[in-house]
Write a protein that binds this ligand. Structure first.
Ligand code: G3P
Ligand code: CA
Length: 240
């Protein structure tokens, strides 16, 4: 079973920061996952929430601030004093960390409440410019944006995110179309998920931080897990 570092190595460093990504990039794991939003001045930035309050010293929505304004805030101190000075990284800075490495790169397009006009196209243009088209999977809970990316650049791998598994999930994935189904852990263990995998669906599961869940998933056809503890999970799976 493959391992993706979820928001970087986010159990051991502040999520979605260069520190968390450098740690993930140093590991012999398969891939990395992170989240993208867009600033007021159209810059692509890597942060999970629509607001900056939980993971930085600032307050407010990413969409209401310029990159310069966002960079005034610390994105590491909430995690521990060891990470003071970490900033919200741009997508380009994060891709630069992984470019010289081997990792598969899962870029999640965030689509919480406020839509980001044209964000998918900007992400694809940057990925192409950096020569990473065959190294990325672009995922989203917004399956329309996945469909539109696939129509524009058919060779880009896409993943449809689900909290619950649908009946006929395999057929639904084909219809979008998406190359993979990225499912929440409980959904991935439902019979409908097993049925989809038996038909050939590629299923990756978030977020798996407990060894007991890994044991359960190893009995299925799940291809990969997203975990906040990539080093620990790598050691666990490879010791088995
Ligand atoms: O991409 C899988 C997972 O990261 C989706 O949930 O909330 O952690 O972005 P979330
Ligand atoms: Ca995510």
């Amino acid at each position: 079973m493959k391992i993706y570092a979820h928001r970087g190595s986010s159990g051991t460093a502040p999520e979605n920061t260069i520190a968390a990504f450098r740690e993930a990039a140093s590991l012999p794991i398969h891939g990395v996952e992170f989240d993208v939003h867009m600033t007021k001045d159209g810059e692509l930035v890597v942060i999970h929430d629509e607001r900056i309050d939980r993971t930085t010293t600032g307050s407010g929505f990413v969409k209401d601030m310029t990159l310069g304004e966002l960079r005034q805030f610390d994105a590491g101190s909430w995690f521990s004093a060891d990470f003071v000075g970490q900033l919200i990284p741009t997508l380009e800075e994060v891709l630069e960390v992984f470019k010289p490495r081997h990792h598969h790169i899962n870029i999640e397009l965030k689509s919480d409440v406020f839509p980001y006009e044209g964000m998918g196209d900007k992400v694809v243009a940057l990925v192409e410019r950096m020569g990473l088209t065959d190294r990325v999977v672009i995922s989203s809970f917004d399956h329309v944006s996945i469909r539109s990316i696939k129509r524009t650049v058919p060779q880009i791998e896409t993943g449809a995110l689900f909290v619950e598994v649908l009946v006929d999930a395999f057929e639904y994935g084909q219809r979008i179309p998406a190359n993979a189904l990225h499912m929440a852990l409980p959904a991935s263990l439902r019979p409908a998920s097993a049925e989809a995998m038996a038909k050939g669906a590629v299923v990756r599961v978030f977020t798996v931080n407990e060894e007991q869940y890994v044991d359960l998933l190893l009995k299925t056809k799940v291809e990969a897990i997203f975990t906040d503890y990539p080093e620990r999970m790598y050691n666990y799976i490879n010791r088995k």
